[in-house]
Design a protein around this ligand. Structure first.
Ligand SMILES: Nc1ncnc2c1ncn2[C@@H]1O[C@H](COP(=O)(O)OP(=O)(O)O)[C@@H](O)[C@H]1O
Ligand SMILES: [Mg+2]
Length: 311
């Protein structure tokens, strides 16, 4: 039986009176692309740092790659893109990667080929001889991603990898994550960006105030799935005016446009045929109407809101 990539129990971190992470109890399987999702200040970065052995837990326990937290042999099999990093900015992109590859103890022959390949993957081959101090924020983020992959890790931690990236940069990160998944590499992705996580992750945990408040698989979300009492309606229409779009609010809440479709939420299935009749009467062309998978945003608002009401 394979050990989990990450398994923690009641991990906690206090900074003086401040509880950064209250209770991190989590299992991430090998090969999984796992999203750790929560607002700023929720404790995501502190959690990653405890898993890496960079911050000592106040309480609790965990194992990463079947070794105690911070174990050196396990760390050699881990890649890490920190949220805030400081690079050796007097080096060129290639020199920077070469330095880090040497620190990993990668052989001369291997270094040259893997650095070339990684520079290509993050689309920096043309900038490889330029100094990092001349790189944009997005380029630094990409070279940092390349550095996190130098040791062909079994497990990669990415802390807000797309913050500061333009759409092309985000696409590169997404492609790299998909390649990692295909290779069976486990990815632990910290993010406060729902759309990013929605596209890339197999499973997510929602974190708030230092605690995991819900875990769920994104792959087997189905139409009519949780949350209870919320029916997500998906609508594909043409000829809808801004006025009519506003009037959709009478049929449900959280009207939003997603990938060319309109989503809204209702509590009652019977609203679907009513909405359909109304649209047709207004002269709108209806191409599709029905129940949809709840979007991650819907789930997020639900989970965070539920928790706020409970607390
Ligand atoms: N070194 C530290 N000293 C004191 N407080 C800290 C420290 N690091 C983080 N915190 C606090 O702990 C909470 C969680 O921070 P962090 O883990 O960075 O959250 P996230 O990554 O989800 O934004 C925040 O309130 C933050 O201010
Ligand atoms: Mg953070």
């Amino acid at each position: 039986m394979n050990a989990a990539a990450i398994r923690t129990q009641f991990l906690r971190k206090e900074f003086g009176p401040k509880v950064a992470v209250a209770d991190l109890t989590l299992t991430v399987q090998q090969g999984e692309v796992f999203g750790f999702l929560g607002p700023n200040g929720a404790g995501k970065t502190t959690s990653i740092k405890m898993l890496l052995g960079l911050v000592a837990p106040t309480a609790g326990d965990g194992r990463v790659l079947d070794a105690p937290l911070g174990n050196v042999a396990a760390r050699a099999k881990i890649g890490f893109l920190p949220e805030h990093f400081r690079f050796q900015d007097w080096l060129s992109g290639r020199e920077f990667l070469d330095l880090h590859a040497r620190l990993y103890g990668i052989s001369n022959v291997k270094r040259e080929t893997s650095i070339k390949e990684l520079l290509r993957r993050v689309d920096l081959q043309d900038a490889s001889e330029r100094k990092l101090k001349e790189y944009s924020k997005g380029m630094l983020q990409r070279v940092g991603l390349a550095a996190a992959l130098l040791n062909e890790p079994e497990l990669v931690f990415l802390d807000e990898p797309t913050s500061g990236l333009d759409p092309l940069g985000r696409l590169i990160v997404r492609d790299v994550i998909n390649e990692l998944r295909a290779q069976g590499t486990c990815v632990f992705l910290n993010s406060h960006l729902l759309s990013e996580v929605e596209i890339t992750c197999d499973r997510v945990a929602f974190v708030k105030n230092g605690s995991v408040i819900r875990e769920m698989s994104l792959r087997d979300r189905i139409a009519g799935d949780s949350p209870p009492n919320v029916i997500e309606i998906e609508l594909v229409v043409k000829n809808i005016t801004p006025n009519l779009l506003r009037e959709l609010a009478q049929f449900g809440k959280n009207v939003q446009q997603l990938n060319g479709a309109i989503h809204l939420q209702t509590e009652n299935e019977a609203r679907i045929p009513e909405l359909n009749r109304w649209l047709v009467a207004q002269g709108v062309d209806v191409y599709k109407i029905g129940m949809a998978k709840p979007s991650l945003e819907t789930l997020f608002l639900q989970v965070m809101g539920e928790d706020a009401r409970a607390g």
